[in-house]
Design a protein around this ligand. Sequence first.
Ligand code: PGD
Length: 764
Amino acid sequence: MTTHLTHWGAFEADSDGERLTAVRPWRGDPEPMRLIENVASAQHHPTRVDQPYVRQGWLERGPGAAGRGTDPFVPVSWETMLDLLAGELGRVYREHGAEGVFGGSYGWASAGRFHHAQSQTHRFLNCLGGYVRHVNSYSLGVSQVLMPHVFGHLGFVIERATAKTVLARHTELVVAFGGLSPKNSAVSPGGVSRHNSRGWIGAARARGCRFVSISPLRDDIPAEAEAEWLAPRPGSDTALMLALAQVLDAEGLADKTFLDKYTVGYERFIGYVRGSTDGIVKSPEWAAALTGLPAERIRALAREMAAARTFVTVSWSLQRAQYGEQPLWLGVVLAAMLGQIGLPGGGFGHGYGSAASVGEPAREFSPPRLPQGVNGVDTFIPVARIADMLLNPGQSFEYNGQQLIYPDIRLVYWAGGNPFHHHQDLARLRAAFARPETVVVHDPFWSSTARHADFVLPATMTIERNDYGAGENDRVLFPMKAITRPHGSARDDYAIFGELAERLGVGKEFTEGRTADEWLRYLYEEWRQHQGGHDLPDFDTFWASEHIELPILDEDQILAADFRGDPDRFPLATPSGKIEIFSETIDSFGYADCPGHPTWLEPEEWLGAPAAAEFPLQLVANQPRAKLHSQLDVGAYSQSTKIAGREPVRLHPTDATARDLHDGDTVRIRSKRGSCLAGLTIDDAVRPGVAQLSTGAWYDPDPANPAFCRHGNPNVLTPDRPSSALSQGCTGQLSLVEIERYEGTAPALTVNQPPATIAAQHLP
Ligand code: PGD
């Protein structure tokens, strides 16, 4: 029996050396997740990449995009692959320099500190001179830019957020914009040891704490919360929050002492709320028309918030939308108006239902990590501008007060991510992927991105290699020993890069003469020696153990308490040192889509917009419950949730009846960008007017139409539209759609099989 870690939990497994013969949740996990069932069932699935492949067109004609995404692949030996790829990397670096290589390689990859695919990729490319990188993430693209302007460092509300145990003991009212989704709090980058999202919510509720979940989906909060469900129109939370602020102001419930001492710009903001700048009072009646919620309930909620120890939390999903800055900023403003920031159980939170790590007590120090070296290139893009970059080299764009230029990318290198999962408007992404001369992908699976590559290199899964891992803010460091041998001839990313580096003359720089196992020992021992005063076991003892516990900081410490105690001595990392309700900096950028204080800006796609006449349903494309992103979609648990093999879409009974749709129907979902098939589930846990289709189904484009996915990937429907010029974040969460029954025989899926291949000797 071996213990192992994934992004979605730890498990114990037996193996016969080839496959996992039994998998059980780790004994230490009080709330284990069924996602672990995907691992064993996916390992030897036909969609595993069994050996290296080169796209036929590339092999025959060399660099160039013609046929990318449709050509068959040619199996080649490792020697051929590494020689060809090293030659191509050498050519691109020689002819175009490191500025010609996009190596951002965004994605969640796998748990494990050493074999972390992005770290390996970045270290390798840095040895060659560097690469064009990305900044920010698809998870938090808006927050990462906005929060430094408003509340100081994002760590204030994420890495060092108030512990869930503190909330469980002190909070009287949790107002959760975007809910506290149990499926999202099941995962965390790098792993989760002890799931506890139901635990803290149940404990708070047992003490009498009330939960109000504000979301289009009733099940965005665990049953333990016994929550009141308020379902405003998706995209209208900003209006609701402004109305709550208006009531607090009009009824004298705003904490003026707090606002004066700890914030700047309140007067300008509240003037807007009172209607002095646009003549519109942001009253509950005004918000009722936009949100669809009764004005009286909005008014009463504001009073309840002022009367209790209230925690205002905003999910990450709310900022993954056009003008995503506004609800996030308003969450901070509401908490400031309540005057409880820095008090136990009060204040503002961000993402308590978005990742397991938020609200976990911070560790005293991070686990070991692989140094990535120095990138010789300064050029970067905000991560969600990938298609714009590939399509528009040389074009300028705005980002956080800067004017930047898209570089001219010749080679794209991706390991540990799946842009044909994570990006929006996939038909457009496909057109963008037809621009570079060469695309290289390492992945254990024939992911949609691998199918759009020229060089496909089979990577091992974590269960096939030695590593160790601990998730973000997680206090348990697990040895992660290989449980089986690799599938086919798959190799670790490190081994692949080591061989390439050798051929490119930078072998010594990349490997420093160490094997992967030697690196594990070296990084661990180096790390251990730097944590003087802590009694950490030596490597051999750690490796022989099941896990070790890392020391954590005081669970009861609330970071904002220092600021509350003495804002001059402990200023926030904002320009004023205070909470910026009006930001001079943001205002100075002059962005119409993100003014200097929170503002209601009507999204182009939402149920109140004119576009809703043609596409009358609001699609919520949220995170899936039976897999992490697109990972292991072919696994047993993920497959058990499909309907006739397709991703389920949920619709309220009234919307289904109005379209004469029935449970289990194969439906076609259409948006301005494209369409996809899905299997219908009728469910009154979904607000009327809303359709919910999670992300993660592997993109299965119709050969004649890349904008039509046969499997149910919502990103053929979603817009590739930035959140704003400020953050340029991803807006995949919301878009307008229509749904109809798919008449006739639905086309068969192909993405659950490997792509077409052709043996080298049969090439013309
Ligand atoms: P994953 O499916 O996790 O998606 O996007 P992300 O690209 O992270 O992709 C990881 C890939 O890495 C998989 O193909 C996996 O097989 C591969 N992999 C795993 N381990 C290894 C390894 O060791 N080596 C190599 N070489 N490969 C490995 C996630 C992104 O999607 C995120 S974070 C968010 S928050 C966004 N959310 C939304 C959303 O809410 N709505 C929409 N519409 N779209 C979104 N996209 C974003």
